[in-house]
Design a protein around this ligand. Structure first.
Ligand SMILES: Nc1ncnc2c1ncn2[C@@H]1O[C@H](COP(=O)(O)OP(=O)(O)OP(=O)(O)O)[C@@H](O)[C@H]1O
Ligand SMILES: [Mg+2]
Length: 785
């Protein structure tokens, strides 16, 4: 290939060529930070640095894979495969795997995902007879998670009166006890949760200097992408490992720090210079990703943040189209606008679906977008919802596999001890759990010794439990001679899980069976992938055991799905997930006060600034064109609420924005044009606060005689009023029993109503044609009485 150094600008090249020492690259979005990391690793390898001695930490496994792929092309794939590259969680899970015994964990420890953790916390709260409304399991978990990410152990918690006071004030004085229980139970089950992967790594590196020394020597070069979003626990791991050689390169952008709510600490960037000797600082200022309109608009927004490091970002790219802003009547209409626009852009520019992304603040917003894309037959994929591996039928099969590897895994055991049903009731399970806690043993150990423990369980149940143990043990024996795929296949057949699923005649049941089949395919792929790799002495490469498959699964996010690489679909995801990614066309939806910025993040300047950074991240994902939209009203928590446009829309300098005319809400247009604004053309109406006032800006070229430059007009107090005036609006107050007139079908009576918002339908018994179901949004109805 041509000299790769020629593919970098001067500043990037300098950063790549700086071989040793500590360095930090702070730069804005799209300036090539990730590219520099990638080229830097390739360059180190070209210079003779052993690939095994390079550790690169990325934000997603997908990013790691792409980086590895790129490096492979530059230096050869077989060498690139040896790099230690991945997320903090996956890299350190791998290290813990070989060191776990030092911490008293089995090598085959289970990784509890969030679902497992929440279930365990719920069980503890129930056993402690606490009020589960006061102690909401998810909230308790996130509190415990925040302790762990700050390295606050149970003991440290009890030594910290301030923390205890906070929990008392929040009316949850027994958090400490739950924390204690949770840690004990995880330990007993041989399980680590996500936060433990970092916490226990820290413990390992602190308690065992020889282990620390080993990994310090192994990782001569350490690189970290998205450094602005590392939490304290991650920060300490990096600092410990890099301490000896100090060959550390971190890249980040303080303006893209968006995970403070999960413990990310922007101070990590600011402290970097203090932590290492002779730190070199690099700045990258040229954006290669986006049009100049997008870059400048994004700059104009982030400038409003007070706390930020000083940095410039500019681009040589063409100006491009202005950012298009669209207001719609409802979320349904917003969805249709997005789908129509994607459709048009695809046609006009001959694009693939994968050129488009729709980004939102909260996962719930995807529904309206999905509906509209489906209607237009545009393939899409949602990222970040329930991942494949978290579906019930899949988790049930995985739980059997987890038990084979680690029979002490209590969450797995509880899932399948009576699935498929074998007559073990909830009371029995509770008795087992109490005994397990009492004897400080796992439930499985209790089951193995069921004759020696007086559980007051009848002999029939006892037999069933013994059969269960025998079955799991027989699986374990199979696992010694079979590979992961064969074991899974065996387990599925023996437990008759497919038969169980087939009993259900609901349409979803079919896809559940298919999913289980797909899981088997996935295991097969995993084995093939492992076998492809050359034997090179690493523990990982040739191992096709269940334990490694399960680890892979536990750490997979659905951004990571290899299979989707060639899939052509529009990407739907939250902005948080979109960090680091880029798309030609980006739609940011739901730009409304209380949604984005989120109602929960407007109380302090720092919260609001984090929301603004989030908006900056969203906008800077776009290469060619960004679309922003907001709705006048939206269903939230089951209620129709009036919305105000987001302050972020106001914050973008007007010169980068093009306000679009809604095309898909003829009703409101008609109303606005005729009833409020007379003859003023729609594209000159710009709502400031749509439900209270509007500002009309005439086109600059026009010299209107009668229309003043800017006039303010009162709009109706709320949209419901609008709907009263306009019977066509979907939110009309039509009720069962109304007699209505339809332009085509004539007179009829409303017999039933269903759906909400844009999906609201009425079944009407027409004199002419009998019963018909009509979508109110489109039906031209007049209420006669
Ligand atoms: N010198 C360059 N020449 C051509 N293209 C470049 C150059 N540097 C970066 N790019 C391209 O610009 C885009 C943005 O680069 P990259 O993703 O590395 O930026 P980043 O700073 O990591 O962005 P983010 O802050 O969003 O993570 C990529 O498509 C990359 O290939
Ligand atoms: Mg990047």
């Amino acid at each position: 290939m041509t000299n790769y150094l020629d593919q970098l600008n001067e500043a990037q090249r300098e950063a790549v060529l700086q071989k040793n020492g500590a360095m930090i690259i702070i730069a804005g979005a799209g300036s090539g930070k990730t590219r520099v990391l990638t080229y830097r690793i390739a360059h180190l390898m070209k210079q003779g640095v052993d690939s095994f001695s390079i550790l690169a930490l990325t934000f997603t496994n997908k990013a790691a894979r792409e980086m590895k792929d790129r490096i492979g092309k530059m230096v050869g794939h077989s060498e690139a495969k040896n790099l230690w590259m991945g997320t903090f969680h996956s890299v350190f899970a791998r290290i813990l795997r070989s060191e776990a015994d030092k911490l008293g964990f089995p090598k085959n420890f289970t990784i509890y995902d969030t679902q497992d953790s929440v279930r365990l916390i719920s069980a503890i709260i129930k056993e402690m007879q606490l009020d589960k409304d006061r102690y909401k399991p998810k909230q308790v978990l996130s509190r415990i998670s925040s302790f762990k990410n700050s390295l606050i152990t149970v003991k440290a918690y009890y030594n910290n009166s301030e923390l205890q006071e906070t929990d008392k004030m929040a009316n949850r004085p027994r958090i400490g006890e739950i924390y204690q229980q949770y840690v004990d139970r995880c330990f007993k089950a041989g399980a680590m949760d996500f936060d433990d992967l970092l916490l226990r790594t820290n413990e390992l590196l602190t308690r065992f200097p020889d282990v620390l020394a080993k990994y310090q020597d192994r990782f001569r070069y350490i690189l970290v992408d998205e450094y602005q979003d590392t939490n304290h626990s991650q920060y300490l791991i990096v600092r410990a490992l890099a301490d000896k050689f100090q060959n550390i390169c971190v890249v980040g952008d303080d303006s893209q720090s968006i995970y403070a709510f999960r413990g990310a600490n922007i101070q990590n960037i600011l402290n970097f210079q203090r932590d290492y000797e002779d730190v070199k600082i690099f700045k990258l200022e040229q954006n290669y990703r986006s049009t100049s309109n997008i870059v400048e608009a994004a700059n104009s927004v982030i400038d409003k943040n007070k706390t930020k490091l000083d940095k410039e970002i500019w681009t040589d790219n063409s100006k491009g189209e202005k950012i298009k802003v669209m207001r719609t009547l409802s979320e349904g209409e917003e969805g249709r606008f997005v789908a129509n626009s994607i459709f048009e852009n695809k046609m006009n520019h001959q694009l693939k679906n994968r050129s488009f992304a729709v980004l939102y603040r909260t996962n719930a917003q995807s529904r309206a977008i999905e509906d509209a894309l489906r209607k237009k037959d545009i393939a899409y994929r949602i990222y970040g919802g329930l991942s494949f591996y978290q579906r019930k039928e899949i988790k049930d099969v995985l739980s059997y596999l987890r038990l084979i590897v680690n029979p002490n895994d209590e969450e797995a055991l509880k899932r399948v001890i009576n699935y498929p049903a074998r007559g073990v009731g909830q009371t029995t399970i509770e008795k087992l759990s109490v005994a397990a806690n009492h004897y400080k043993k796992s439930i499985f150990e209790i089951l193995e010794n069921i004759d020696k423990v007086d559980l007051k369980i009848n002999s029939g149940t006892k037999l069933k439990l013994q059969n269960f143990v025998t079955m799991i043990k027989s699986f374990q024996i199979e696992a010694q001679i079979k590979n992961a795929f064969e074991v899974a296949d065996f387990v599925i057949k023996q437990t008759k899980i497919i038969k169980e699923l087939e009993k259900d005649s609901a349409p979803e049941a079919v896809s559940k069976v298919e999913n289980v089949q797909e899981l088997l395919n996935g295991i097969k792929d995993f084995i093939d992938e492992q076998n492809e790799e050359p034997e090179d002495g690493t523990e990982r490469k040739t191992d096709t055991s269940l334990a490694f498959f399960l680890e892979d699964v536990a750490l997979a996010t659905d951004l990571d799905n290899e299979k989707d690489k060639n899939e052509d679909s529009v990407s739907l995801m939250t902005i948080h997930l979109a960090k680091g990614l880029e798309f030609e066309y980006v739609y940011i939806v739901g730009l409304e006060e209380n949604l984005f910025p989120s109602a929960m993040s407007m109380n302090t300047r720092s919260e609001l600034e984090e929301e603004r950074r989030l908006f900056y991240v969203a906008l800077t994902r776009a290469e060619k064109q960004a679309y922003l939209s907001y709705a006048h009203s939206r269903y939230r928590w089951g209620k129709l609420v009036d919305c105000e446009p987001s302050r972020f829309l106001e914050e973008i300098d007007d010169k980068y924005i093009d306000f679009m005319t809604p095309k898909v809400s003829p009703n409101i247009n008609k109303f606005i044009n005729e009833d409020i604004f007379g003859d003023v053309p729609q594209d000159k109406v710009r709502f400031k606060k749509p439900v209270q006032r509007a500002i009309i800006k005439p086109k600059s070229k026009q010299k209107p005689k009668t229309v003043p430059k800017t006039i303010q007009i009162s709009a109706p107090k709320n949209l419901k009023k609008v709907s009263n005036l306009n019977q066509n609006l979907f939110d009309s107050n039509i009720t069962v029993g109304n007699v209505v007139q339809h332009s085509k079908f004539g007179k009829g009576e409303v017999v039933s109503l269903e759906g909400v918002g844009s999906n609201k339908k009425a079944e009407i018994n027409f004199d002419s044609v009998g019963n018909k179901k009509l979508l109110l949004q489109f039906a031209k109805l007049k209420i006669l009485g």
